[in-house]
Design a protein around this ligand. Sequence first.
Ligand SMILES: Nc1ncnc2c1ncn2[C@@H]1O[C@H](COP(=O)(O)OP(=O)(O)O)[C@@H](O)[C@H]1O
Ligand SMILES: [Mg+2]
Length: 297
Amino acid sequence: MALAAVFGYLSRFTTVPSSMTESVRATLDDDVLVRIRGLTTVLGGKTIFDQLDMDIPRGKITAIMGPSGTGKTTLLKHITGQMRADAGEIRVDGRNVAELSREQLYKLREGIGYLFQNSALLTDFDVFENVAFPLRQHTQLPEELIRNLVLLKLQAVGLRGAAPLMPSELSGGMARRVALARAIVFDPMLILYDEPFVGLDPVALNQVLRLISTLNQTLGITSVLVAHELAAVRQIAQHVFLIANGKVVAQGDPKTIADDGSPWTRQFFGGEADGPVPFQYPAGDYAQALGFAGVVK
Ligand SMILES: Nc1ncnc2c1ncn2[C@@H]1O[C@H](COP(=O)(O)OP(=O)(O)O)[C@@H](O)[C@H]1O
Ligand SMILES: [Mg+2]
């Protein structure tokens, strides 16, 4: 057994010596599912990412935090290939997202569940059809199988009984859970949660929190959680990245990161209005703008 493993290991390096093949590279990156290097993105003349590096570990819950407008949603869209960066590289499970063909990209996206900000349910469809939607769009599965899959996912989020309800009949927490059932309909290897707790009461928040944790543990799904709620993040995430000014400015264990002594964490987790992230949007000279240039000292 051990010998076979050693042989398998060696043969990997003896077969295609001319280049580091994708499979070898993927093997080396085994504990990292999403590897981001030198990511640089400029939108509307504003630098959103400036040489950002990030490693998202496989099978864990990783939180991404940062001020509003800092690029968290944009980062998720880069990971799914919905948005292209100006420079840098993103590898998901060893694959360079920017180099994938259209078909390969669709294949990759089937392996990624995306919980949008605000749930984004289809208002004209009931709960069942909302969850069935990706299956109807991307597969030719027979109706009976679709039914079983949808009910399985709804059961997993505790809402099988809500299948006939319309989105307008759901509470915020229920809508979020339906969106979650839809996000896991293809049994993804990775789920991206974009601010899943916003607007939820404490009970609904805890239900969604528990679900994220359960899905991560029971199905071994890698989870990326964009959230502002440090208390919630502390309960379930193993690692947190704080991003600001286009870079990762702090990272570590969510339980201790607020005490790492850096001005970034002090401002962000302490809720200070001013600090490394300026209160003032960049502007020209104030006195000059008021017409006092040369008068006010
Ligand atoms: N398609 C786009 N074109 C131009 N600017 C955009 C586009 N998408 C996002 N932005 C800008 O990029 C910045 C980051 O946005 P976003 O990723 O939504 O931030 P966050 O999710 O951290 O609040 C914002 O300043 C936003 O206005
Ligand atoms: Mg956002």
